[in-house]
Design a binder for this molecule. Structure first.
Ligand SMILES: Cc1ncc(COP(=O)(O)O)c(C=O)c1O
Length: 475
């Protein structure tokens, strides 16, 4: 039975992954029976899409708290918020500028509205396989040479916790009268903490989308869409908002959003302080280790000496482990943490692993993580690439050959073909490594030999968009 399996997971493993309530260790809905709260829209129960009573009061409170023009509660995750934002700021066929390493949801928005995406390529550290931020000069140049761009979509923080200079980016985007949409799916907590950089809301982003469920104590799928400037037409946002939400939004999820925000603003101060202390003690302990470390501002400053990274700060709550001297065998360490210590991380890359911490974490959890890393961390720090590491270079997405708009690929007949035979053909699906669900190939892009070689090296990963993972069949 599934419920038994889920409960067993909860008993057996400690999660350094989402959701941020960490299996109910912090539960702002404690004491409430989800089934009793699970209603439909009646005259007495209010309606998320036409709120009149307590949902309206809750939405008004959120708007006042975040100081936005309007804040929407999303029950289909940030994915639906990004699609809403992108659709609301563009008309069919328009040009949009997006960071090439955007999450799949951004591409879905592009696809749904038949948009023509232009890409801004983030800086990329080849050795770590790590994306950084965007070069402001490139951004300006793209906006000058492509005056038809309607909106710009960027991601901050990244999965690894890298935060961009939103103020500078917003300044440039607004100079050319475009709309800035920030995918802040991984940064819903930034608004609340005094020990992290602030949310993009404070730095002039026009629209900000945040997943509450990733880093705060809220149920999976809960997220917010903030309209932060009057250059966005709220009537159009309303239209798409309803299009991308289920027509039966869960009252339990809506209550989870309301109680999460309420908890963060009025009931969690002691918990926040305890979390801050645990987190920074943990970071200080890890700092003393010789071989393995956590990504932080100093590390990025160091990286940026060889090549600009365009990163403003590192989110201290994000636990991205790296090798201090050589490389870290991310896949190996991730597996060892899981099997030996029952610690589950959010993502393992070839050269680092990403853990999500939240105020629901416990001293015991941090203690176990420290002890495990102290014991085995150095064993996974290697001078050279290990057998599980490859020369796979995600930077390859820089050389994509876009033949047509992604949605135009749907107009053609599709055939399945083995990866090795695919050179020169045009991809009809998204090929992406999961997580982080960033497309390597996008519909409408030509498949090159180097792309084929790259995908062949990704055996250690789950690849979406490949029909048969062994033979690697592409559409
Ligand atoms: C950068 C980024 N944006 C958007 C999303 C989508 O968020 P959600 O799961 O809330 O739909 C994710 C999900 O992992 C993500 O990593």
């Amino acid at each position: 039975m599934m419920k038994k399996k889920l409960i067993e997971y909860e008993k057996e493993y400690y999660p350094f992954h989402m959701p941020g309530h960490k299996q109910g260790r912090v539960n702002p809905l404690k004491g409430y029976d989800f089934f009793k709260m699970d209603l439909t829209e009646t005259d007495m129960s209010d309606d998320l899409f036409h709120p009149k009573a307590y949902i309206k009061e809750s939405l008004d409170r959120a708007k006042n708290l975040y100081k936005t023009l309007k804040t929407y509660y999303l029950v289909n995750g940030s994915s639906s918020g990004l699609m809403t934002a992108i659709s609301a700021c563009t008309k069919r066929g328009d040009q949009i500028l997006i960071q090439r390493n955007s999450h799949h949801a951004v591409y879905n928005g592009v696809y749904a509205n038949g948009l023509d995406p232009l890409y801004i390529y983030p800086s990329y550290n080849e050795e770590l396989g790590l994306f950084g931020g965007i070069n402001p000069d490139n951004l300006r140049q793209l906006l000058i040479t492509n005056p038809d761009i309607k909106a710009v979509v960027i991601t901050s923080p990244s999965y690894e916790g890298l935060i961009l200079d939103i103020e500078m980016i917003a300044g440039i985007v607004h100079e050319y009268n475009k709309i800035l949409i920030v995918d802040e799916a991984h940064g819903a907590h930034l608004f609340f903490y005094d020990f992290t950089p602030d949310s993009a809301l404070a730095f002039g982003a026009d629209i900000v989308v945040q997943s509450l469920h990733k880093t705060l104590p809220a149920l999976t799928q809960t997220a917010l869409l903030h309209i932060n400037s009057n250059c966005v037409d709220i009537d159009i946002v309303d239209f798409y908002y309803q299009m991308y939400q289920t027509s039966s939004p869960s009252f339990v999820l809506v209550a989870s959003i309301d109680s999460c925000i309420n908890y963060m603003t009025s009931r969690s101060l002691a918990k926040q302080m305890a979390y801050k202390e645990m987190l920074f003690n943990f970071r200080n302990q890890i700092k003393q280790l010789e071989h393995i470390g956590l990504m932080d501002d100093d590390f990025i400053t160091q990286l940026a000496k060889s090549k600009p990274m365009y990163i403003k700060a590192v989110d201290p709550t994000r636990l991205t482990f790296i090798g201090k001297k050589g490389l870290l065998d991310g896949k190996g360490l991730d597996e060892a943490l899981q099997t030996r210590f029952k610690l589950v991380f959010e993502m393992a890359s070839l050269n680092y692993i990403v853990g999500i911490s939240s105020l629901a974490d416990t001293l015991k959890g941090f203690g176990l993580l420290y002890d495990s890393i102290e014991l085995i961390g150095a064993m996974y720090c290697v001078d050279e690439k290990s057998s599980c590491q490859t020369d796979a270079d995600f930077g390859i997405i820089k050389v994509v050959d876009k033949v047509m708009k992604p949605s135009d690929a749907a107009d053609y007949d599709v055939t399945e073909i083995e990866l090795d035979q695919a050179e020169g053909r045009i991809c009809s699906d998204y090929i992406k490594v999961y997580p982080p669900s960033i497309p390597i190939l996008v519909p409408g892009e030509r498949i090159t030999r180097s792309m084929i070689n790259y995908i062949k090296q990704l055996d250690a990963f789950v690849i979406h968009g490949i029909t048969d993972n062994k033979l690697k069949v592409l559409q």
